[in-house]
Design a protein. Structure first.
Length: 140
């Protein structure tokens, strides 16, 4: 009985703690630096003044108890969708999420067709070569 309680407690702890805790680092690792000077870094790694400002804003919003979605919504409203490191899965941005799997599928089909064609050509060559060898043996 004691082992069952420990196991249940362990699984509850493992599955609920990550859901409850959202850190500043997790949020800022999904944000682009909004610096207009050409900075292309992620906010968590950047030391530009604009990135430091976003880090402060995220920290303040977390202290106020804002949810992760609400923080992203506020930052997107202030800086635009370009601040998000990954595009949202809505509207025209769905193309970005669908392009990679579609490209992999199409590329796989093309590679399969080409390799199948070459394999058929090789098999045809081998059959012709075997016939040639058999004809040669008959004439010898």
């Amino acid at each position: 009985m004691k082992n069952k309680l420990v196991a249940i407690w362990f699984f509850l702890l493992v599955f609920t703690v990550p859901v409850l805790a959202v850190t500043e680092e997790e949020i800022t690792s999904n944000l682009n630096c909004p610096d207009q000077g050409g900075c292309i870094m992620i906010v968590v790694d950047c030391t530009c003044p604009s990135s430091l400002e976003i880090k402060d804003k995220v920290r303040a919003m977390l202290d106020q108890g804002f949810s992760e979605k609400k923080i992203y919504d506020k930052l997107t409203a202030e800086y635009g969708k370009e601040v998000l490191a990954t595009p949202p899965k809505e509207g025209f941005d769905w193309i970005v999420w669908l392009a990679l799997p579609a490209g992999l599928i199409v590329g796989g089909v093309v590679v399969y067709k080409i390799s199948r064609k070459r394999m058929d050509e090789n098999e045809e060559f081998e059959l012709e070569y075997e016939k040639f060898l058999q004809e040669r043996e008959k004439h010898e």
